[in-house]
Ligand binder design. Structure first.
Ligand code: GLN
Length: 470
């Protein structure tokens, strides 16, 4: 059942939140051992929340727009008293003393957080294979990855373990797993959703967003979590936008730009679906033009300087003193080193080294400084494109879900999974991945709709057109 229908049924008293939770827990119990989706299932907390929703309904109080809807949370979102690991050994055993704003807002809207989902360690990866707690399997084909880094959240929704999930997207970590698991994923405008309580990877790029099986569910979830939060200094000073009310706005009269750089190098089955999506938008009244934005080709290189640079700084706090795990040693420096050596996995260490190098005296201008200039050029290139068109169209990922181990030997091959998604993060803008057709082995393909900052209503309306045409 969709989140919207479930919440409506709970609000009318036809289904209890407790029964909705039991259904979710049965789906989790049936497949979690096989798929490794949840690192932690918070049964007691969820049951208490569900009872509170049922009490509200019984006593005639408004239980909220997501009444009784089970939600899965990426395990880099802090939940007070509930283990939060970012899939890293260095945080094993840590229980945050506070809760992320997005989780508070979901709960205030009546949703029921069921547990914490697996991710690539500190959200660094595109397959969940860098998790310290083993990879997540794709529910559609357990021999393949679900994408990443929010692979557990995408798999939870695709496997019917929860109608909604939250992920975080620094370079594509919501959109790419959504595409590989055949569901909807939204990367909101930077600042639209509070990052308070999100374990930081690259703070100028990180943004939290929803996974859902339908565009309407994703829109409702985003409405609930968006809006100004004084606890995040980068939060936009405005209320959440109206999204659900605009879902049926359509695309008549809209100008859509099919961007060559957002399909080049993709597999033929992916390119075919993007072309079919362009035709579907045209059939719905949009005017489709073909564009080239050459600056987008620089995105990957700039991202792999900026994101590791910020990560090396953000991850300095894991010193064995303040959080989670400590490896004992005779003196402080040795303890820091032993803790970090054992606590971090290879990909995290690679990023810390890349980032530290890019920021080091003598190389700062050549690497980090250059990358910031590229970022500015990219923002300007997008701005020029949006003078011509309202929405950009491309692929979300270059291929359907790939097999385990296929890209682990070569970091660059893995990094290329995000070549189409990274530019949006660098520009701080919005993008949606919506399932559209299938490719190799009958696996789902996602197409990506991109827009300027605060264009979520427009993007979701266009995604809705594709959902109907799909
Ligand atoms: N796959 C990209 C990376 O490894 C993006 C990750 C993300 O968006 N969190 O950095």
């Amino acid at each position: 059942m969709s989140a919207i229908d479930l919440a409506a049924s709970v609000r009318r008293g036809e289904v209890t939140a407790t029964d909705a939770l039991a259904t979710a827990l049965r789906a989790i119990d049936a497949r979690n051992d096989e798929l490794n989706v949840f690192l932690h299932v918070d049964r007691d907390g969820a049951e208490a929340r569900a009872r509170a929703v049922d009490d509200a309904v019984a006593s005639g109080r408004d239980p909220g727009p997501l009444a009784g809807v089970p939600v899965a949370l990426k395990d880099n979102l802090c939940t007070r008293g509930v283990p939060t690991t970012a899939s890293s050994r260095i945080l094993e055993g840590w229980r945050p003393p506070y809760t992320a704003t997005v989780v508070e807002r979901l709960v205030a809207a009546g949703a029921v957080p069921v547990g914490k989902t697996n991710l690539d360690e500190f959200a660094m990866g595109s397959s969940t294979e860098t998790s310290a707690f083993g990879p997540t399997r794709n529910p559609l084909d357990p021999e393949r990855v679900p994408g990443g880094s929010s692979g557990g959240s995408a798999a939870a929704v695709a496997a019917g373990m929860a109608p909604l999930a939250l992920g975080s997207d620094t370079g594509g970590s919501i959109r790419q797993p959504a595409a590989l698991c055949g569901i909807v994923g939204v990367k909101p405008t930077y600042g639209l959703v509070s990052r308070y309580g999100l374990i930081a990877f690259a703070s100028s790029l990180d943004q939290i967003g929803p996974f859902a099986t339908s565009v309407a569910d994703a829109a409702l979830c985003l409405e609930v979590i968006a809006g100004h939060d004084p606890r995040d200094t980068t939060s936009l000073p405005e209320p959440a936008p109206a999204l659900v009310d605009h879902l049926d706005d359509g695309v008549a009269g809209r100008r859509v730009g099919l961007v060559s750089e957002l399909v080049e190098g993709a597999d033929a089955d992916v390119v075919a679906q993007v072309e079919r999506a362009a035709a579907a938008l045209e059939a719905a009244g949009a005017q489709v033009v073909r564009l080239s934005i050459p600056e987008l080709r620089l995105g990957l290189s700039a991202y792999y300087l900026i994101a590791p640079a910020e990560a090396s700084s953000n991850l300095a706090r894991y010193d064995g003193v303040r959080y989670g795990r400590r490896v004992a040693a005779d003196e402080l420096g040795a303890m820091n080193e032993a803790t970090r050596t054992l606590g971090f996995g290879d990909e995290v260490k690679r990023r810390i080294m890349l980032g530290t190098y890019a920021l080091s005296a003598g190389y700062y201008d050549a690497y980090y400084g250059q990358a910031l200039k590229v970022r500015t050029r990219m923002i300007e290139a997008f701005r020029r494109a949006y003078e011509q068109v309202d929405v950009l169209l491309g692929a979300t990922a270059p291929s359907v879900a790939f097999r385990f181990g296929e890209k682990t030997a070569n970091p660059l091959a893995m990094y290329l999974s995000d070549v189409f998604t990274i530019p949006t993060n660098l520009a701080g803008e919005a993008a949606v991945s919506v399932p559209f057709g299938t490719g190799e082995a009958g696996l789902p393909i996602g197409v990506q709709l991109l827009g300027p900052g605060r264009s979520e209503a427009r993007l979701l309306a266009a995604a809705r057109v594709l959902e109907v045409a799909s």
